[in-house]
Design a protein around this ligand. Structure first.
Ligand code: FAD
Ligand code: FES
Length: 288
């Protein structure tokens, strides 16, 4: 008898109640940039507090509009749930108009995590493009909470323009630390900008890290992640030590519907965080 591909025999990974949203109320809304906002959420369901690991996402339901995957950008050690979202379409634009006291439905946390524990003893290189800093912020919080476990820690962050820079206050605090190197670059400068201009990948060649013992985590537009991975490899970082977070359209978020299929993987349960060596051949294909 022909063998059944592994993907069809995996059991559903999460409990059935994973399809029921829990009610969360918005405690705080922060406008980050012209099109990006942060919601701080409080659990009103009465159930146990959500525990998540950096890299995971929630399915956020805007009542009457739709449900979308959004990464958790809070500190895993804190009790609040934070989502930072760019308004790009139907659901996110309505979400951008929500105010303190409004409710959303939350399912999650789902998905794979950034390899913070596996990286102990290594240098850490975090490469974020645009809204990609949100999913990586949780990882950086966790790394900084165990700072002595790592060698050098480098954050490289690129945006389109200076007005698109997220989490400005935190970036300034991170920059002021002696145990963290922060590089910010923009594609296009604006009046008053005295920082670096150029795409984020052009800075990788001069970053201080030991390629033989570096773990890299990348999140941003797919093309930027591909080029960042190539630049890191040129520096000698192995494809097994590079991780990236992928985005695909999602419906169930738990490996049931197939909407997020990417080659042999379901991004919602096999990802969103993947080892680069597992997906590099799929990333260069036009249609999967
Ligand atoms: C695991 C995962 C984590 C995610 N985390 C975050 C996060 O932390 N913050 C965040 O802002 N987004 C995040 N996203 C992306 C987010 O889910 C989408 O932006 C959202 O689903 C768009 O829904 P919409 O109804 O507003 O737009 P739609 O109405 O579905 O799309 C409208 C238009 O916007 C375009 N569009 C859709 N998504 C994007 C996008 N990501 N970037 C640019 N254009 C887009 C579409 O091509 C379409 O033309 C994540 C996605 C995944 C899979
Ligand atoms: S979103 Fe349904 S299988 Fe991934």
């Amino acid at each position: 008898m022909a063998s059944v591909p592994d993907i069809f025999v995996k059991p559903a990974p999460v409990a059935p109640h994973a399809m029921f949203p829990r009610m969360y109320v918005i405690q705080q809304v922060r406008k980050e940039t012209a099109d990006t906002f942060t919601l701080v959420l409080e659990d009103r369901s009465g159930g146990p507090k959500i525990k998540f690991a950096p890299g995971q996402f929630n399915m956020v339901y805007v009542f009457g509009v739709g449900e979308i995957p959004i990464s958790i950008s809070s500190d895993p050690a804190s009790s609040v749930l934070v989502h930072t979202t760019r308004a790009v379409g139907t659901v996110t634009r309505v979400m951008a108009g929500l105010r303190r006291g409004d409710a959303v439905g939350i399912r999650g946390p789902f998905g794979t995590v950034w390899p913070v524990h596996e990286a102990h003893g290594h240098d850490i290189v975090i490469v974020a493009g645009g809204i990609g800093l949100a999913p990586l912020r949780s990882a950086l919080y966790e790394v900084l909470s165990q700072r002595e476990a790592f060698g050098k820690v480098v954050l490289l962050y690129g945006t389109r323009t200076p007005s698109d820079i997220l989490f400005r206050e935190e970036l300034e605090q991170w920059r002021a630390r002696f145990d963290l190197e922060v590089y910010v670059t923009v594609d296009r400068a604006q009046p008053g900008w005295r920082g670096n201009v150029g795409v984020v990948t052009t800075l990788i060649h001069k970053l201080p890290f030991d390629p033989q013992k570096t773990t890299a985590m990348i999140c941003g537009p797919e093309i930027m992640m591909r080029f960042a991975a190539l630049e890191l490899q040129k520096r000698g970082v192995g494809p097994d030590s590079i991780y990236l977070s992928l985005e695909r359209n999602m419906k169930c978020g738990i490996g049931l519907c197939g909407h997020c299929q990417f080659g042999p993987y379901f991004v919602c349960k096999d990802g969103p965080v993947f080892r680069y060596s597992r997906v590099k051949d799929l990333l260069v294909k036009r249609e999967i």
